[in-house]
Design a protein around this ligand. Structure first.
Ligand code: SF4
Ligand code: SF4
Length: 101
């Protein structure tokens, strides 16, 4: 599933464009990000994690959990806090340590 960009939150910083390993994210004429080829996105979530404004979300593939299931990362200095919301709205949080400095 392609990432969803909330246009009202996007600041046009270009970080998602820089970090996408598939070169899939672009800024449109209005300096808002979009995924130019949804079928090529493999849900690595690099763009989601790179966005400091929480403007991008990845929809979980329907085989795993159809909408409104969501997985939302919040980047910290040395950890990522993930919020998982299942199809019934049940919320779980879990923290994964990273090697970021
Ligand atoms: S990283 Fe976030 S704020 Fe920056 S261009 Fe991408 S979606 Fe917009
Ligand atoms: S989830 Fe990964 S592959 Fe898909 S657009 Fe974002 S950075 Fe690119």
């Amino acid at each position: 599933m392609p990432p969803v960009v909330y246009q009202e939150k996007c600041k046009g910083c270009g970080k998602c464009e820089e970090i996408c390993p598939g070169d899939l994210m672009e800024l449109n004429e209005g300096k808002k990000a979009f995924c130019r080829s949804a079928r090529d996105c493999w849900d690595c979530m690099a763009c989601v994690k790179a966005c400091l404004y929480g403007a991008i979300e990845t929809r979980i593939p329907y085989q795993l959990g159809y909408y409104p299931a969501r997985l939302i990362p919040k980047m910290g200095d040395k950890e990522i806090e993930w919020t998982s919301i299942d199809i019934n709205g049940k919320v779980d949080k879990f923290v994964v340590k990273t090697y970021n400095k």
